[in-house]
Design a protein around this ligand. Structure first.
Ligand code: SF4
Length: 622
């Protein structure tokens, strides 16, 4: 078998059993790799309604088919599980080297099940897989943990680990490798619930391609296309630090818990301002974009803080929700989140939610351990991040995410929980990007921004056509196009930033998969689209089995009733009014029932006939 390692590693932490499992050919043909394997194995192996933090849940770590090759920007990997934050299927994407290292170790994925009796880490090396005592690492941050593993096993070891947030079962804990994170949906929480501190891999680099010469030619072409693009130059120079300027200018930078869409003083967060603090850069395995910019704060209250980032979504989360333009605080907050192993998007949103409750008098200093949650108070935000990561005091409430925290607080707090299906959204305002709002509403993970939004088309990119960002009409077909496109990207697992550098993905990606694996169908765009649609429908079926349907494909009331407030940008007064109408059209195009359940015919058409029995009880639901 070429391109693939040909096997999965299954580790049971309860029994201590470790096994290599061959990768069945029908699974390869129907799901290709990466996200496809993630949903296929979880759907087949997780019964509905299990406790995400119980022994029955499983955690899959999966690289894409092209990880470890010379191709650019395709070595990302995914953590897939049932989310403790949402109760839905979760996939969280991460960069760094770890995806390539999984392939080098001889695995197309690692399935982790059960629960250890005491803290352990897995060491995968020349002598196979070993369970190692992690008592000395428990309670340590992700930087210390990785440095210790490198001292213990060598510099060429790559590890994915959790910090204190994962150990303390903060509902949105991340898995960290290097300074990159699989952040969303609490994948690190599941790892913590299993008392698994880290997975460390030592392996010799090797690739096993079907057509190495042909693949090499495609990579040369890919590099030429990428280097000729403006996005390559921009990402290589600035990373994603231009986000505050572009989103504020466009009027889609959510401020004060999504009330406004522009922030006074955002120029303090310009790419040039971050550039002044840059001391180096970082690239994931085989990616010359090197979009990771390392920043150090030279002076002021956060002097010495250092982070590889923050990326746009992180620094938005540390600024917009609490109306803060202090650049040093974004670097300090990013460092803290990475060390604690916390999802910056959910952390920032949950803190912004608390600031609004404080403003409205729903909570007071008596609830916040004496912290004054007034807008712009970045020191209080830093304190709250520490408290959340350690589940101390008020941090213990916020560690549950906005939806659960609101239920706990009561007094009408739920109206201010800005989330979709329990997952907090990123820094893109849905009333200014209405198709992106529909994307949040229908995403299988909840309010996720990385798969299936309309952001780029709403920004004017003709991919395949640009759309009017304020219109609520005629967006269902193109949203479905994007949802499938993004699922296709994640069988790769290609990086979104690299994906945007020229049109190599459209022109070369399928041919790369074919040259890697020798499976000619992979070069066929129609075949890839069908695999992507199969993945999306299986994710939906996973959620349907858990009891999710149309009633959950919604958005916070604020977006549907409160007019948007801008300063100078277009969009003042916008409200999202036609979600119901959109859903009717979207479900029809997808071949789902009015309640958003994949129909018998659609599942059979996608060779998912075995799923019909699971969704059957929901098909007649009105
Ligand atoms: S573009 Fe940036 S995030 Fe993406 S693979 Fe390259 S270095 Fe990593």
């Amino acid at each position: 078998m070429k391109g693939y390692a040909g096997k999965l590693l299954r580790v049971n932490l309860s029994s201590g059993k470790v096994a290599d499992e061959p990768l069945p050919e029908p699974v390869i043909l129907d799901f290709i790799a990466g996200l496809g394997f993630g949903i296929k194995y979880l759907y087949d192996e997780l019964p509905p309604h299990i406790d995400p933090l119980g022994e029955q849940n499983k955690l899959l770590l999966v690289p894409g088919l092209l990880a470890g090759t010379q191709a650019q920007g395709v070595a990302r990997w995914l953590a897939c599980t049932k989310s403790p934050l949402t109760g839905l299927f979760a996939r969280s994407c991460c960069g760094g080297d770890f995806g390539a290292w999984m392939k080098f170790a001889g695995y197309d994925g690692i399935i982790i099940e059960g629960k250890a009796e005491k803290p352990v880490y897995l060491y995968i090396g020349a002598d196979g897989v070993q369970f190692k005592d992690a008592a000395g690492l428990w309670g340590k941050d992700t930087t210390y943990t990785q440095e210790w593993l490198n001292q213990q096993h060598g510099k060429d070891v790559r590890a994915a680990c959790i910090g204190l947030a994962g150990e303390k079962l903060v509902k949105y804990a991340a898995i960290v490798t290097g300074r990159r994170t699989a952040s969303r949906c609490g994948v690190g929480t599941v790892m913590g619930s299993k008392l698994l501190k880290a997975v460390a891999i030592k392996a010799k680099r090797n690739v096993n391609l079907y057509d190495p010469e042909g693949f090499g030619e495609l990579v040369k072409e890919q590099i030429e296309i990428m280097r000729a693009s403006d996005a390559y130059r921009k990402n290589r120079e600035y990373g994603t630090t231009d986000g505050a300027v572009s989103c504020n200018t466009f009027g889609v930078y959510p401020v004060r818990n999504y009330r406004w869409s522009e922030m006074e003083g955002y120029q303090e967060l310009s790419p040039e301002a971050y550039k002044k603090l840059e001391v180096g850069d970082f690239g994931c395995y085989s990616c010359s974009v090197r979009c990771g910019k390392i920043h150090v704060v030279p002076d002021g209250p956060y002097a010495g803080a250092r982070s590889e980032g923050p990326e746009y979504e992180s620094y938005w989360a540390f600024t917009g929700p609490i109306d803060n333009n202090n650049i040093g605080s974004t670097i300090a907050a990013d460092q803290l989140c990475d060390d604690l192993g916390l999802d910056s998007i959910s952390a920032g949103n949950t803190i912004g939610f608390a600031y609004e409750l404080y403003e409205k008098g729903i909570i007071t200093r008596d609830d916040t351990d004496g912290l004054e949650l007034t807008y712009g108070n970045h020191a209080a935000m830093i304190s709250l991040i520490k408290k959340i990561g350690r589940r101390e005091g008020f941090g213990d409430v916020l560690a549950e995410g906005t939806l659960r925290a609101a239920k706990h607080i009561g007094k009408g707090a739920e109206a201010y929980a800005m989330q979709v299906k329990g997952l907090e959204m990123a820094g893109y305002e849905p009333r200014g990007l209405k198709g992106t709002g529909f994307g949040y509403a229908t995403n299988t993970m909840g309010g996720a921004h990385t798969n299936g939004t309309l952001m780029f088309q709403e920004w004017g990119v003709p991919m395949p056509r640009a759309v009017d960002r304020f219109s609520e009409e005629d967006k269902a077909d193109i949203l479905i196009f994007n949802q499938h496109n993004d699922s296709g990207v994640e069988v790769g697992v290609a990086c979104f930033f690299a994906f945007l550098c020229g049109d190599w993905y459209q022109r070369l990606f399928g041919r790369m998969l074919e040259a890697a694996a020798g499976i000619k169908e992979f070069a066929d765009r129609g075949y890839l689209d069908r695999v992507s649609e199969r993945i999306w429908n299986l994710e939906r079926a996973f959620n349907v089995r858990e009891g999710f349907d149309r009633t959950h494909d919604t958005l916070p009331q604020r977006f549907q009733t409160e007019p948007l407030h801008t300063l100078k940008a277009e969009g003042e007064g916008q409200v999202l009014r036609k979600l119901d109408q959109f859903l009717d059209e979207y479900y029809k195009l997808r071949g789902w029932t009015d309640m958003g359940i994949p129909s018998r015919e659609k599942l059979q058409e996608l060779s998912l006939g075995y799923v019909v029995k699971d969704v059957e009880p929901f098909l007649t639901k009105k």
